[in-house]
Write a protein that binds this ligand. Structure first.
Ligand SMILES: NC(=O)c1ccc[n+]([C@@H]2O[C@H](COP(=O)([O-])OP(=O)(O)OC[C@H]3O[C@@H](n4cnc5c(N)ncnc54)[C@H](O)[C@@H]3O)[C@@H](O)[C@H]2O)c1
Length: 326
């Protein structure tokens, strides 16, 4: 049975599609291949998938309901969806707010509507974010904690998508699972994220900007662990007891917060070069620290992240060097 993967040209979508193909599933991938970051990287990811016999690609915007209906039809028989397409990034949301409401709110609604009107959707897993925890200071972040105090529009749209999903699960008994990803990194990673930006600058001999003067912590989660968690979630649709809506959210994090400066040190070690640090104030919309409580995902999905930052950073640097020939 085919799995529909949205955001398939993106960092996580590409890896999830590759893992589904590797376990013998057919995948129809959807992406509008937008220009938020280097399109060549998205095309290169798609080129990796293109060779697979059981993969097909539909270039479409998830907000385009006719195109989504066509993609769903092309994927038939299809009962499961991994919905990862979104406008990501906290800082970009300050200057491009409508990109977030379009892809993350209207686009998410379009996916929910597509599920509602399609025959026999068994499960849609969708991407949420650790940013929904906003300025919460109680660590680690638990799925039972408040998520109604976002610090950025990005976080607000991710929180809205969770609420919309819950309402659709209630109204139409659609089995839906939201995954709150915590700072995902690894080969084929995103050019707008710290690991990529720092590695590129260090290899080019340029200074790096370290926000909040380095006083930040992130629960960095390696892509292979995220993929395992996403597939496990896909394989465990929430049961419908007829009372509670069949909607669940899980944290997918490494359950280990690391100082930002530790990331810099690991890149220095992997590249063999010293970084020139420019210490800057906190950026608007940023969260100081993230840390995932993974009790529920461990218990219900068997989620057990195993790659440490010290193991994962050299994997990224090695990929970066070979992909960009540096
Ligand atoms: N990478 C992380 O650390 C992280 C953390 C938390 C949440 N997330 C979420 O995980 C998901 C995947 O993130 P990623 O890191 O792979 O990001 P990404 O930007 O690499 O991938 C998203 C993909 O979706 C596509 N897309 C965006 N809007 C679209 C639209 N309207 N129609 C069709 N395609 C569209 C983009 O072209 C892109 O290829 C996103 O929902 C993101 O918000 C990621």
């Amino acid at each position: 049975m085919t799995v529909l993967v949205t955001g398939v040209a993106g960092f996580i979508g590409f890896h999830v599609a590759a893992a589904l193909l590797a376990r013998g599933e057919s995948v129809v991938g959807v992406d509008n291949v937008n220009e938020y970051y280097d399109v060549a990287l998205k095309e290169a990811r798609l080129a990796q998938l293109d060779g697979a016999k059981k993969f097909s690609f539909v270039r479409a915007d998830i907000c385009d309901r006719d195109a989504m209906d066509a993609a769903m039809a092309a994927a038939a028989p299809m009962r499961r969806i991994v919905h990862l397409a979104a406008q990501a990034g906290v800082r970009y949301s300050l200057d491009h707010p409508f990109a977030y409401t379009e892809s993350n709110v209207t686009g998410h609604l379009s996916m929910l509507e597509a599920c509602r009107h399609a025959d026999g959707i068994e499960h849609m897993v969708y991407a949420s974010s650790s940013s929904v925890y906003g300025g919460n200071t109680k660590l680690p972040f638990s799925v039972d904690d408040r998520t109604d105090r976002p610090l950025s529009l990005y976080a607000a749209t991710k929180s809205a998508a969770e609420q919309m999903s819950r309402s659709y699960a209630h109204l139409y008994r659609l089995p839906l699972t939201g995954l709150r990803f915590f700072t995902v990194y690894g080969p084929w990673g995103r050019p707008d994220m710290a690991l990529f930006i720092f590695t590129k600058a260090i290899l080019e001999g340029r200074p790096i900007r370290v926000f909040n003067r380095g006083d930040m912590g992130r629960d960095f989660t390696y892509i292979d662990d995220i993929v395992k968690g996403t597939l496990a979630a896909l394989d465990h649709p929430p049961a419908d007891d007829g009372v509670e809506p069949p909607h669940r959210v899980f944290n997918l994090g490494n359950h280990h917060t690391e100082p930002l400066l530790r990331l810099v040190e690991l890149i220095e070690k992997a590249t063999g070069r010293k970084a020139e640090r420019v210490l800057e104030p906190m950026q608007p919309g940023d969260v100081r620290e993230t840390y995932a409580d993974i009790e529920a995902s461990a218990r219900d999905l068997g989620f057990a992240p195993s790659v440490t930052l010290a193991e994962g950073v050299p994997q990224f640097v090695e990929w970066y060097r070979s992909h960009y020939g540096v």
